[in-house]
Design a protein around this ligand. Structure first.
Ligand code: ASP
Length: 433
């Protein structure tokens, strides 16, 4: 039996997409009308939104460490450490790099065509503002060497506590690989254990998802009540450039990959991924969305646990198309604002740095601001201009995170199809490539 979306009925996760969409519409209205000060029965609505939104976000975040660890360990140990793992890893890295590169090129094309920096008249901030330092504080990325170092954290518990996903991922990969090299007895026990942990995490995710409309409402209403409509006016051309470029990647590039590389219907894929896209949009965090992405990719798109559990957690940290695109647009926009002409070589530097830093950026809100300061610094552009971007960053963060998560899910589907998996988005299996 299939559903309206053409998905096997059993693959439907318990999420009401309509309810989430309605929640977003209501949230924008309530946030806009109420603003920061609205009260009901003496309670400030903004505080209520904050409280409920944080509860939802925390519920998702609390699942991340056990979910990512158990997913990778059980996924990798079932792949074994032989050619299977190497092949899947190779495909994943190739996919991540190609789509991120395409995304950056799209962003650079749009910003060069529209030239929002020449259309914007704002008073450029003087040097030495503390706002940027405050905004990037705690998003710790450091330089490129520091990114590489984070693959091997000195203390795995500390890495997990700080949400340093790269460390957690490489540790789990090693754990899964070496589980296949120990004696069968203890290896079977470990396999059953991690599989059990994973299944329990997915059940808890289902529970948390039941509250998604409420959580999404609170998160979106909070953002809208804080920023209001006026904040966006001076930077409208810049925002439009970002949104158009993201939309192009989302509605042209990724669907082409789905159709011609994956051989699946993009419309079906988008329908299946809707809850994950909306959760990414409202939380602005790809890491916090991992439980939902896993749920959608496995239950709604029909990708095997083996593939999803390897490709998705890794993708949530490493593969950030929206972020990479955004970095390129912001840097070129700031250069335009200051009247700095960037030549081909400098634009190429931006492209490379955006690609590399998007790999190291954490899947948390506003994380790419750190990467942007790094790129600006290395080109000798003034960091202070970031102050302008901060005012509108949140909404754009929500949008780029949705694209980040969507691209991860496309990667999972395309790789699963190339592995000859049956029943993905209702398609018959292909032979393995
Ligand atoms: N918020 C983004 C994410 O979690 C990262 C960023 O671009 O700031 O995917």
């Amino acid at each position: 039996m299939t559903t309206k979306a053409g998905l096997p009925a059993t693959l439907h996760a318990p999420v009401s997409v309509r309810a989430i969409l309605l929640a977003i519409v209501l949230a924008v209205t309530a946030g806009w009308i109420g603003g920061m000060e609205a009260q009901v029965f003496g309670l400030r609505l903004h505080a209520v939104y904050s409280f409920v939104g944080d509860l939802f976000l925390n519920a998702l975040k609390m699942l991340i460490v056990p979910l990512v660890m158990s997913a990778i360990i059980s996924g990798v140990s079932s792949l074994g450490d032989g050619p299977h793992l190497g092949r899947m890893g190779g495909k994943a890295v190739f996919y991540y790099l190609t789509t991120s590169l395409l995304a950056i090129l799209t962003g650079m094309l749009f910003v060069n065509l529209i030239q929002p920096g020449l259309m914007t008249s704002v008073s450029l901030p003087a040097t030495g503002s503390g706002t940027i330092a405050a905004a990037v504080e705690g998003r710790g990325m450091g330089d490129l060497a520091a990114i590489l170092q984070r693959f091997f954290p000195p203390n795995i518990v500390e890495a997990a506590a700080e949400g340093q996903m790269l460390g957690l991922i490489s540790f789990s990969l090693l754990f899964g690989i070496f589980m296949t090299r120990i004696e069968k007895g203890p290896a079977d026990v470990l396999r059953a254990f991690w599989q059990g942990v994973f299944e329990v995490m997915m059940r808890i995710t289902d529970l948390v998802l039941k509250f998604a409309p409420l959580g999404v409402f609170a998160l979106v209403a909070k953002v809208v009540s804080e920023s209001g409509p006026d904040a966006f006016a001076p930077l409208a051309a810049f925002m439009l450039t970002v949104v158009l470029a993201l939309a192009f990647h989302m509605l042209v590039t990724l669907p082409i990959i789905l159709r011609f590389v994956g051989g699946v219907s993009p419309v079906r894929h988008y329908r299946a991924m809707f809850p994950a896209i909306l959760t990414a949009f409202s939380t602005a965090s790809s890491s916090a969305t991992v439980p939902v992405t896993m749920d959608c990719v496995e239950k709604r798109a029909g990708v095997s646990n083996r593939t999803a559990s390897f490709v998705l957690p890794l993708g949530a940290t490493v593969n950030m198309d929206g972020t990479a695109l955004y970095e390129g647009v912001v840097v070129l926009f700031i250069a335009q604002l200051y009247g700095v002409e960037l030549g081909l070589i400098q634009q190429f530097t931006v492209l490379l740095l955006a690609l590399m830093t998007s790999i190291g950026v954490a899947g948390i809100p506003a994380a790419s601001l750190v990467a942007i300061t790094l790129i600006l610094g290395s080109l000798g552009l003034p960091l202070e201009a970031m102050g302008l971007i901060l005012a509108v960053d949140r909404v754009l963060d929500m949008s780029r995170t949705a694209v980040n998560v969507l691209s991860d899910s496309v990667g999972a589907v395309v790789i699963a199809r190339s592995e000859g998996e049956p029943g993905i988005l209702g398609e018959p299996p292909r032979s393995r490539s």
